[in-house]
Ligand binder design. Sequence first.
Ligand code: WT7
Length: 648
Amino acid sequence: MSESYAPSPELAAQANGQESLFAEAEADFEGFWAAQARERITWAKDFDVTLDWSNAPFAKWFVGGELNVAYNCVDRHVEAGNGDRVAIHFEGEGGDTRTITYADLQKEVAKAANALTSLGVAKGDRVAIYLPMIPEAVFAMLACARLGAPHSVVFGGFSSEALHTRIADADAKVVITADGQFRRGKPAPLKAAVDAAIAHGDDESPVETVLVVQRTKGDVDWHEGRDQWWHDVVDGQSDTHEAQPHDSEHPLFILYTSGTTGKPKGIFHTSGGYITQAAYTNSVVHDLHPESDVYWCTADIGWVTGHSYIVYGPLANGATQVLYEGTPDTPHQGRFWEIVEKYKVSILYTAPTAIRTFMKWGDDIPAKYDLSSIRILGSVGEPINPEAWRWYREHIGGGSAPIVDTWWQTETGGIMISPLPGVTELEPGSAQRPIPGISAEILDDEGQPFTEAEKVGYLVLTKPWPAMLRGIWGDEQRYKDTYWSRFGPKYYFAGDGAKYDEKGNIWLLGRVDDVMNVSGHRLSTAEIESALVSHEAVAEAAVVGAADETTGQAVVAFVILREEAQERADEVGEGGDLVQELRNHVAKEIGPIAKPRSIMIVPELPKTRSGKIMRRLLKDVAENREVGDVTTLADSSVMNLIQSGLQK
Ligand code: WT7
């Protein structure tokens, strides 16, 4: 059976993203983006220059323009007469709900902006946000945007250690958090991690105020003079606030992501270019029609997907969307479909790892719900395997909804490679082509572009794009080294392997660096290794991402114990307990998402003569494969030693 997934004529006719966009962008790249910026965004002052790339790789977009991003996401919709439109259908984990119209959102954001001002937050100050998926997270982000105070959202699943590093690196003066968060039906503390992050070590914390949303009503330690309840500070504020315009290149946010070294990178994004691309892509890729669609992106706001496709893109477009606090299986495995049915969700954007989990739970679960409102499906975070793609279309999309497999990164700020649902003939498993306005190529080891089918190379981006990162916070050199040196300064190196098929579709093949992708979350091998060696029992550690049916990759660690720990493990057979302890230690240092699936205690690690750990060989072991070429090992017997040790 040949698979053909062309768009229906109805969709093709009414879709926002039309074929003609490709030609327009091709004919006049800057003119195309200037038109997007002027059409989709309200500027307080129009820009003079579309792109300044004279100081590459540091781009400036829409130079001379001024805008307020929060005004674009909120106020202008109210001014246009859409104040009564629902912006957010909030669905709490426990089933509590809240409906927030654009008029309500305007008031909430104004109050939060006034509150932050009263706490001394001024333009340019950094604010850390460590919150669950509750409406206050959106209010807080938009209040920061309104003031021009860059936010740094830290995923609520990260540990106090991780939070500490991020607060320190961005020098955040305020942290916005909650007393606790609901996880699988139970309240779990959250503020305690903020307390620990601030009290961490000997250095003085930059944090002056901790603003605490009351969510779970759990006990919290209170630091007089530093801690303030959100309801005390925000509720009494005036619900109007005059938004000031900011420069197009004013920093909007910092978002930390894992790189190839132990230290997370503070990816920073600015205003005009970012909001233009977020709005454009949400419109043409998700085909959002704000007057009729109900949109739902299931990501957490702690990741870039939540930034661009919950907060900035959809709100700039005036969307009605669902914001869900909980997990897919609480209180039951039909929870997502119950929500789709309840709100008549028409556009659903989720991750392959979730789709594979739903497949495992069984077709009968979604079959119990009315999913007929769905018309567009999206996928993000990792390659979607064709089986999961077909299941998604069949069981969630009623056999007919187009799936947009969207490739992008924290660094790109917005979607880069994806089908357009009204144009593209879909190819399951491939993200297909760069969207209009974006240019990508695949290079070989020597940095030569090629177009041959089935040959594997490296994905690069060949032109700047509006939502591109403007750098790594506080580290210009690392920005150049990481992205603009592997193939010279002309190419942005994405870190992903890729190939073309015979139709010219791009297939993404996973990371080519020491970065793992676990459930669509980026984790660095080096970061987990340093967490492991920070434990007293560990002398050395090597971490690999091993293929995993559900999560895409799973963390597998190999550790060499210190002598005393090894002796203890041998004598009293405490190895098992120790492994458990080490797994928990990683969760404590980084967060539960980084917890290794397994830890193997080994006598040696495979290294090259120059001392580099050969992770490729460890990956073979972790994936139960015959070990590959060992000739570059300094000591080729090491792999035998490791394998015989593991068989014991
Ligand atoms: C890495 C970026 C994009 C927001 C969420 C993750 C992988 C992402 C796809 C896709 C194949 C994908 C890449 C990329 N990735 N989407 N549709 N197909 N791979 O953002 O944490 O910055 O991770 O995720 O490896 O480099 P991130």
